[in-house]
Design a protein around this ligand. Structure first.
Ligand code: AMP
Ligand code: FES
Ligand code: ZN
Length: 308
């Protein structure tokens, strides 16, 4: 197998592009795919300051490396969710990456701020752990980005993640979620910072290869709370289709974003937002003006936000 660009020996084949690449041309290919996604969806401008949500996994670390390579001004944000050894190890990968590249990493400790970790919060609120985790992450992404004056928050959601989410939403006809699923969620006047997903043109096999080939160490284990998650079954189903017909995921998600999604506009009701009476974050007025995160918290805790 030869590299499509330089004809040297290839190290990776990407069937949906009908191409193989050597190491250097593959890394360049990944950068180009991210630049293309950013341009195609007007995610951000060159001079903007981006907060990159870093989990310590392959996607978010590859994303941080690529955005930096493309010349964006970035800072990272790691949220320590208190998930035992998994959090300790992912925390270390995030810090090591930032130190090696001399990048700023902000760190939030959920246990310090909220008074409970993800499983404790799940027990006391009778919510699934992933729901407590999601509420907490969304809260801190927006809070750190808006208080830090960032133009956008970038997450490492990739082609496999986004196509599996789309499949799940369509299987259940959750049309309001379908209408809201995008590569960019614009900023709102009521305090939501723009959210962007620059990896939507790269699959997780590619982000893993990007890390391995560029010497980035990342946490390989999945979150222990994710076992049995239906999202994993949707990913597996799409893998079968992708093996059978390479490009299925890209066609499914790309087609949805370019002309399917607009058909669902209006399916999500306009929600009037107010400032949370505890933390001032935007929240639906209908929720008694207390955001989902503050409702999870025991009262009178201090903030655990620090620059690390
Ligand atoms: P997940 O929801 O775990 O699939 O993660 C999706 C994206 O959310 C990751 O690619 C990261 O950008 C971000 N993320 C996940 N966990 C964390 C964390 N502990 N701290 C900061 N960002 C995170
Ligand atoms: Fe959130 Fe596992 S990362 S529950
Ligand atoms: Zn709040």
């Amino acid at each position: 197998m030869k590299c499509r660009k330089c004809r040297e020996a290839a190290v990776i084949e990407i069937r949906r592009h009908n191409a193989a690449f050597c190491r250097d041309c593959f890394l360049e290919h990944c950068n180009r795919q991210v630049a293309k996604a950013i341009k195609e969806h007007d995610m951000c401008l060159e001079r903007e300051h981006i907060l990159v949500a870093i989990s310590g996994g392959k996607d978010s670390l590859a994303l941080w490396a690529i955005l930096t390579d493309l010349g964006y001004a970035t800072s990272g944000l790691y949220i320590d969710l208190g998930i035992g050894e998994y959090s300790e190890r992912s925390h270390k990968f995030a810090v090591d990456f930032a130190n090696t590249r001399n990048l700023e990493l902000k760190i939030v400790d959920l246990t310090e701020d909220a008074g409970f970790d993800v499983s404790g919060g799940a027990r006391s609120s009778h919510r699934p752990p992933c729901s407590v985790c999601g509420i907490s992450k969304r809260h801190w992404f927006n809070k750190v980005a808006s208080e830090g004056g960032f133009d956008a928050i970038a997450t490492g959601h990739n082609l496999d993640d986004e196509s599996a989410t789309l499949l799940g939403n369509l299987l259940h006809w959750q049309v309001e979620y379908v209408a809201r699923q995008g590569a960019v969620l614009p900023a709102t006047n009521d305090g939501f910072v723009r959210k962007i997903k620059p990896l939507i043109r790269l699959g997780e096999r590619e982000t893993a290869a990007y890390c391995v080939l560029s010497g980035i160490d990342y946490i390989v284990d999945e979150c222990p709370m994710a076992a049995g998650n239906t999202g994993l079954a949707y990913k597996a189903a799409l893998s079968v289709l992708e093996d059978f017909s390479p490009g299925t995921r890209q066609m499914f998600l790309g087609g949805f974003l370019s002309h399917g999604r607009e058909r669902f506009f209006g399916a999500d009701e306009e929600v009037r937002l107010v400032s949370c009476r505890v933390c001032a974050s935007p929240t639906p007025a209908a929720d008694d003006a207390e955001c989902a995160y503050c409702r999870l918290k025991p009262k009178s805790r201090h903030s655990g936000f620090s620059d690390g």
